[in-house]
Design a protein around this ligand. Structure first.
Ligand code: GRF
Length: 195
C-alpha cells in the first residue's frame, strides 16, 4: 500500500457506475494502482453492486456531514493520490478541496465552460446542447474546486451533434467518449504524481 510505486484512487459515484466500472477494468492487474474506496450518497446506486462484486470498500455519506467535514479523515485514511468524481452530484465542500489540492478531478458530459453549472448534469446537459443547436458536444475532465464545473480543464474531446441526434443518442456518444478517455487520463495523471 505504501510503496512509492503504489497509487491509490478514491472514486465518488452515486449513479449507475459505468465510468467506475471502466476505470476498475482498466487498472485490473496493475499492481501499482489500487481502487481503494468508493464514496456514495445514494443507497440505490448501481455503482454499489459494482463495488460489492469487485470487493471495493464503500463509504456511504450524508449531506450534512459531507458539508461539514467532507469526511476528510475517513477519506485520508485511504491515502488517495487521486479522487475521481464519476457521476457524483453534490458540490465538494471547501474543506475537502483544501485537503486535497489538485487531487480531485471530475468528468463533465459537455464542452465546458458551456453547459456547466448547478443542475447541469445527465440528460439536462444533452437536452440543452440539442436545444442550443450545437454542432458539437463532448467531454471535459477538470480539476474540482468549490464551484460547480469550474476548475482548471485537464482534457477535452469532442463529437459531432447531428440534426438527427436525440438526448439518448447524444448521451450514448458522450458515454463512449467518457469510457474511452477517463481511465487513460487518470492513468496519465497518476504517472505524473511524484509521491
Ligand atoms: C457521466 O455521464 C458523467 O459525465 C457524469 O455523470 C455520469 C455518470 O455516469 N458526471 P455513470 O454513473 O458512470 O454511468
Amino acid at each position: 500500500m505504501n510503496s512509492k510505486l503504489q497509487k491509490n484512487i478514491v472514486i465518488f459515484a452515486s449513479g449507475a457506475g459505468s465510468n467506475t466500472k471502466k476505470i476498475i477494468d482498466y487498472f485490473k492487474g496493475n499492481q501499482n494502482v489500487s481502487i481503494a474506496l468508493i464514496v456514495c450518497n445514494n443507497p440505490g446506486a448501481g455503482v454499489l453492486d459494482i463495488a460489492t462484486k469487485e470487493n471495493i470498500p464503500v463509504l456511504m455519506i450524508t449531506k450534512n456531514e459531507f458539508a461539514q467535514t467532507g469526511y476528510g479523515q475517513q477519506i485520508k485514511s485511504f491515502q488517495p493520490d487521486l479522487i475521481i468524481l464519476a457521476g457524483f452530484l453534490w458540490k465538494i465542500p471547501e474543506i475537502l478541496v483544501a485537503s486535497f489540492p489538485q487531487k480531485i478531478i471530475n468528468i463533465h458530459p459537455a464542452l465546458l465552460p458551456a453547459y456547466g453549472g448547478k443542475g447541469m448534469y445527465g440528460n439536462a446537459v444533452h437536452s440543452a446542447v440539442i436545444s442550443g443547436k450545437e454542432k458539437q458536444s463532448g467531454i471535459t475532465i477538470h480539476y474540482v474546486d468549490e464551484k460547480y464545473d469550474n476548475g482548471k480543464i485537464i482534457f477535452q474531446e469532442s463529437c459531432d451533434v447531428t440534426e438527427n441526434d436525440t438526448v439518448e443518442s447524444l448521451s450514448e456518444k458522450i458515454h463512449e467518449l467518457e469510457h474511452e478517455f477517463y481511465p487513460k487520463i487518470i492513468d496519465r495523471l497518476l504517472k505524473e504524481i511524484k509521491s
